[in-house]
Design a protein around this ligand. Structure first.
Ligand SMILES: [Zn+2]
Length: 116
């Protein structure tokens, strides 16, 4: 969304580093809403074998450049050992969910006013 300035920032160093590679220099991820979109299933981070349920936010691709989107696709492809074509299909189908744990969300003025 154009007039939204909400961001998610990872607070665990592994994901913070990944987001800094995708969205330099600070790794601030534009999100469509500062409120979680629901519950999703995510790798638990321990060798990516287990799954956990967690709230998630969605990347706002309206505020991501084509280069950043391409880097995001490459990172996901590498991290989950999945062909880039599959990652692109997933993103087209369900967007790019960000696990809401260990994430700091900053609210834009517009969304702040909407809940008052
Ligand atoms: Zn916003």
């Amino acid at each position: 969304m154009k007039d939204c300035d909400c961001y998610a920032t990872a607070t665990d160093s592994l994901r913070a580093d990944m987001w800094k590679r995708i969205l330099p220099p600070d790794g601030k991820v534009p999100i469509v809403s500062p409120l979680p979109k629901g519950m999703g299933s995510f790798p638990d981070g321990e060798g990516w074998k287990g799954r956990i349920r967690a709230e998630f936010y969605l990347v706002d691709f309206g505020r991501v450049t084509p280069e950043q989107k391409q880097r995001l696709i490459q990172e996901i492809s590498r991290k989950f050992n999945q062909p880039e074509s599959e990652v692109i299909k997933d993103i087209e189908r369900q967007g790019a969910p960000i696990k809401g744990t260990d994430v700091m969300v900053s609210w834009c003025h517009r969304h702040m006013m909407a809940i008052i």
